[in-house]
Design a binder for this molecule. Structure first.
Ligand SMILES: [Mn+2]
Length: 446
């Protein structure tokens, strides 16, 4: 990978969980945290330990169950909050305490009822306290984008001095626009004392549909951590969507010389798992992981796709873990279609085990018309699916094969600098007849 590494901070389990209808129990949170680990996120914000015993327990359980990533716990800038977060993170190998305090006048006057001077002192004192528990301390000036910039720089100076290692700049209310936010990040980089010792982070909300654009503008101006969520869930209109940020950086590496450690082929399975756990459906036209993100309906598009996928695809479905074809599984689907779909989702089953899933699949398909991927993943999970996961090492191999088919074409049509696995691939010459010969086994649309 070339370029600069961007840290991916996932807050699906904290900010995401705060959105209506998205609350999860401890068991579900641990399950999703394990999936986020597979996906390769750098930081998992596991919860807000002071908020409830459930949140405390979830942070504790995730810290114990998922050793690789940094596990963050959120705390207000208050003694009791910080202690509680530290306690929940006790078994984490790489704990992070994330302290926040609002800095905008509107929040200081109407919510906190404290002066700027009190705010400055409280921020520094809290960060100093957090550092007594943990070397990794993140500070967020809540509502940063509506804070007087001069005061914001003062607060950031003070918290760096107090030992903050990450400075997160939240657009709490989703108010900023890309050029303005980019300027703010650049000014922070130029104006805040000791900034070279800390990582600048972003946390953008999507109230104007600009969360991803704002995050990318921040990265282009010096932010090295992005906070985001799976499916873009979060307070109100949600947070910046992890899958969109990651794929924008990968597909447009020519414009954004940055990379993340995300294993992109896990994006779709992770999105599906979240949908299954929360019951909140992803909008069909959602970028990257929506049901229609790789569906081509218009006749002229279909014609182009069949001749060469480069005509209408800027990334392959496989690169984000979306099974290639638009299979519709129903009660008329055979074992072969079921088995194929399982493999496309990353699971391999022997005949006898497949029979078991198939029996339950038919019962389910009788009740509901279409069996979607998240239903199937649920059936797989009930059958101890984790032990049937296809090793990740096979995924790039399959992808390499697919890429090889279209590589020549891709080199011709895409400018240099576009990573080859995302330069979409021609359909192999035999792909269409193959699928057609299996039509009795499943229905499919191009
Ligand atoms: Mn937020």
């Amino acid at each position: 990978m070339e370029g600069t590494r961007i840290t991916v901070f996932d807050t699906t389990l904290r900010d995401g969980e705060q959105s209506p209808g998205c609350s999860m129990n401890v068991h579900e949170k641990v399950r999703l945290a394990r999936q986020l680990d597979q996906l390769g996120v750098d930081v998992i914000e596991a919860g807000f330990p002071i908020a409830s015993d459930g949140d405390f327990g979830a942070v504790q359980a995730i810290a114990a169950a998922v050793p690789r990533p940094i596990i963050a716990g959120l705390a207000r800038a208050a003694h009791h909050d910080i202690e509680r977060a530290a306690k929940a993170l006790q078994s984490a190998i790489r704990p992070r305490i994330h302290v926040f305090l609002a800095t905008s006048d509107i929040h200081l006057q109407h919510k906190l009822r404290i002066s700027r001077q009190q705010c400055l002192e409280q921020a520094a004192t809290s960060v100093r306290l957090a550092r007594t528990f943990c070397d990794d301390v993140e500070f967020s000036p809540e509502d940063a984008t509506r804070t007087d910039p001069e005061f914001l720089f003062q607060v950031l100076d003070a918290v760096i001095e107090a030992g903050a290692t990450t400075l997160n700049i939240p657009d709490t209310v989703g108010y900023t626009v890309p050029a303005e936010f980019g300027d703010l990040i650049r000014n922070i980089r130029e104006r805040v004392r000791g900034i070279e010792r800390a990582t600048i982070s972003t946390h953008c909300h999507n109230d104007l549909g600009l969360a991803v654009a704002n995050s990318l503008a921040a990265v282009a101006n010096g932010a090295r951590q992005v906070e985001c969520t799976i499916n873009g869930i979060g307070e109100r209109a949600g947070n910046a969507s992890l899958e969109e940020i990651v794929m924008a950086l990968r597909v447009r590496a020519d414009k954004y010389p940055y990379y993340t450690a995300i294993a992109t082929e896990h994006l779709y399975p992770t999105s599906q798992m979240l949908e299954e756990i929360t019951g909140i459906a992803v909008q069909p036209n959602k970028a990257v992981i929506g049901r229609n993100a790789f569906a081509h309906e218009a006749g002229i598009h279909q014609d182009g796709m069949l001749k060469n996928r480069l005509t209408y695809e800027i990334m392959t479905p496989q690169s984000v873990g979306v099974p290639d074809s638009k299979l519709v599984l129903g009660k008329h689907s055979g074992r072969h279609a079921l088995s194929l779909r399982c493999e496309q989702l990353g699971y391999h089953f022997e005949r006898r085990e497949l029979d078991d899933i198939y029996r339950r699949f038919v019962v389910l398909a009788d009740e509901i018309k279409h069996v979607h991927d998240h239903h199937l993943l649920e059936l797989i999970r009930e059958s101890d699916g984790e032990s049937h996961r296809i090793p990740p090492s096979r995924v790039p191999a399959e992808r390499a094969e697919a890429v090889a088919a279209g590589a020549e074409e891709a080199r011709r049509l895409f400018p240099a600098g576009v990573p080859s696995e995302f330069s979409a691939v021609s359909l192999p010459a035999n792909a269409v007849p193959d699928h057609h010969s299996e039509q009795e086994d499943y229905l499919w649309g191009v």
